[in-house]
Write a protein that binds this ligand. Structure first.
Ligand code: ADP
Ligand code: MG
Length: 569
């Protein structure tokens, strides 16, 4: 190595390293998954670049990752011939965490190990997981576009700083050398490593190889001679991209492992859907719904988690054209047979093929959610409690699938004595009273406020269920959802609430009589309140409260008015 230089880690990296080493301790072996998937990503990136410049392969286009153990030195080396990194790449990628919202993420860390390890899982630790098992990590790398004299060596003990040096490196790609710490010596065992690779790398789309020592000639069980075999690199996974295989040949465990690499999640997914679509547009999709929300779910600019492949070549992460925003929690990939390999984000924007894949994938996601809701209510409730508020953006964004999305919504209701959102519109319809033709709901600031609103009194009296809504997004949702299953949705705090056939003759007669009796008082109220109200009316809707505020049918609801006010309108 020539000209060694010291650099400090970005503060967040230091924090992350420290936390990770302590909190991921029980799950040490994931370092291998992370490093092998980085090697696989590096192969993907090289393949993509080589599409426009085949010379980048420099005569070596058999991309693979190799694992070797040196027991004496106490090291494991993970070596790939992918895209590699130049000096700037190394500083940017291995010295900083560039993810957007990192600062926010770190502000959520509490020092409570159990909670923090959850967060870290959601954040994805990637390369730094090497330090869970190593007390020193050396990366020797050379970018596909650099000369052999422009290799870079990065090394760090995972504390405050890392060192950089320029080296000669004959081959393109990256070697990651782990100096295994005292308490992780188990990983220096060849057999153990094979086991981990089998578990984590079956779906990796490049060969993962380990060295098999030469075997001398020996005697077989029946006295025959088994010939000597020279030492060789042996491929220990199928090296075939998981989604290209037949569904029937893929185990649940393989789907789950694959999820962890595409989604950078430590947890199993909640459900998935794997589809080969043939016909006018041909593509394969493998879409997952996570169990847990990523830490930046509420950021609408958050990158979408669906990757685009074209004919098995990785093209881009976060292809936002492939999934609507209200399904931004979906992870996975779409592999198109029709798009050109040189497709860009601009081309994707307004493209028939993209649109068709997006529509198809959206349908698949909605279908798998419906199926879950039918087959496993408890899991669906988990899903709803985690992602329900994102799905509520759906009717506004995707009017074509409004009905389908509406069937997936869950609400609190006067039928249950709980703020948990567990009533579907179909449940509601199943309980509608004779003569009831509308679905009634109320939107308020909180569950308590909704439940105790005087407007509900008449409904209680008549035994009519009302959906109770109190999430910030609910007013927005309801302004885009006027009916479901041919039944209008009606806010109970809206003007001339027409209870239709629910109002019996007696109610109507009482109402008319009361209006006459109170005519004089009404005039006095109107004069007293003046400009502040539009109208004052007599109602038989209240049973316990003397008065309540409602809005005119054509006016903004009080909730919407509050939202607008909060937004400075
Ligand atoms: P992620 O894989 O989620 O981007 P990592 O922490 O695993 O995050 O890796 C950080 C970055 O370092 C990668 O995005 C990549 O640019 C670079 N990198 C890591 N390993 C390799 C490798 N084997 N070859 C080339 N680049 C790599
Ligand atoms: Mg990674």
């Amino acid at each position: 190595a020539r000209e060694t230089e010291k650099h400090g880690f970005q503060t967040e990296v230091k924090q992350l390293l420290h936390l990770m080493i302590h909190s991921l301790y029980s799950n040490k072996e994931i370092f291998l998954r992370e490093l092998v998937s980085n090697a696989s990503d590096a192969a993907d990136k090289l393949r993509f670049k080589a599409l426009s410049d085949n010379s980048l392969y420099q005569g070596d286009s058999e991309l693979r990752v190799r694992l070797s153990v040196d027991k004496e030195a106490g090291t494991i080396t993970i070596s790939d011939n992918g895209i590699g990194m130049n000096r700037d790449d190394v500083i940017r990628n291995l010295g900083t965490i560039a993810k957007s919202g990192t600062a926010e993420f770190f502000s959520q860390l509490s020092g409570d190990q159990a909670r923090d390890s959850q967060l870290i899982g959601q954040f994805g630790v990637g390369f730094y997981s090497a330090f869970i098992v190593a007390n020193k990590v050396v990366v020797r790398t050379r970018a596909a576009t650099s000369d052999s004299s422009e290799g870079v060596e990065w090394s760090s003990q995972g504390e405050g700083e890392f060192e950089l040096a320029t080296i000669d490196k004959a081959n393109r790609g990256t070697d990651v050398i782990l100096f295994i710490s005292e308490d992780s010596q188990e990983f220096l065992d060849d057999f153990r490593l094979r086991g981990i690779i089998n578990k984590y790398s079956e779906h990796i789309s490049i060969p993962v190889q380990m060295w098999r020592e030469e075997t001398p000639e020996r005697d077989g069980p029946d006295g025959e001679k088994i010939p000597a075999e020279p030492g060789q690199w042996e491929t220990i996974n199928s090296g075939q991209a998981l989604w290209t295989r037949d569904k029937g040949d893929i185990s649940d465990d393989e789907y789950k492992e694959f999820y962890k690499t595409v989604a950078h999640d430590f947890d199993d997914p909640l459900l998935w859907s794997h589809n080969k679509v043939e016909g006018k547009t041909e593509y394969t999709s493998l879409l997952y719904v996570p169990k847990r929300a990523p830490w930046d779910l509420w950021n609408r600019d958050q990158q979408h988690g669906v990757k685009l492949y074209v004919k098995r070549v990785f093209i881009m992460d976060d292809a936002e054209q492939l999934m609507p925003t209200y399904l931004r929690f979906v992870r996975g990939l779409v592999d198109s047979n029709d798009l050109p390999l040189n497709v860009s984000r601009e081309i994707l924007q307004d493209n028939k093929i993209t649109r068709s894949m997006r529509n198809g994938s959206t349908k698949k996601v909605l279908q798998m959610l419906s199926k879950l809701a039918k087959d496993d209510q408890a899991s669906y409730q988990t899903f709803w409690d985690t992602f329900g508020n994102v799905l509520k953006e759906g009717p506004a964004e995707d009017s074509g699938n409004k009905e389908k999305i509406a069937s997936l919504l869950r609400f609190a209701s006067t039928h249950e004595n709980s703020s948990q959102q567990q009533v579907s519109l179909d449940d509601y319809i199943g309980r509608m009273q004779d003569g009831q033709d509308k679905i009634y709901y109320i939107v308020a600031d909180s569950y308590e406020a909704a439940k105790n609103n005087p407007a509900l009194e008449i409904f209680r009296k008549k035994g009519v269920e009302v959906l109770l809504m109190f999430d910030r997004i609910d007013e927005w949702l309801m302004s885009h959802l006027d009916e479901y299953s041919d039944k209008p949705l009606q806010s109970v705090t809206r003007g001339d609430l027409d209870l239709g056939e629910l109002d019996d003759e007696q109610d109507k007669a009482e109402q008319e009589a009361a209006e006459k009796d109170f005519a004089e008082q009404l005039t006095r109220f109107k004069t007293a309140l003046g400009e502040r109200v539009k109208d004052v009316r007599v109602t038989h809707r209240l049973t316990d409260s003397p008065a309540c505020i409602i809005t005119d049918d054509n006016d903004m609801s009080t909730q919407m008015a509050k939202l607008m006010e909060a937004a400075g309108q």
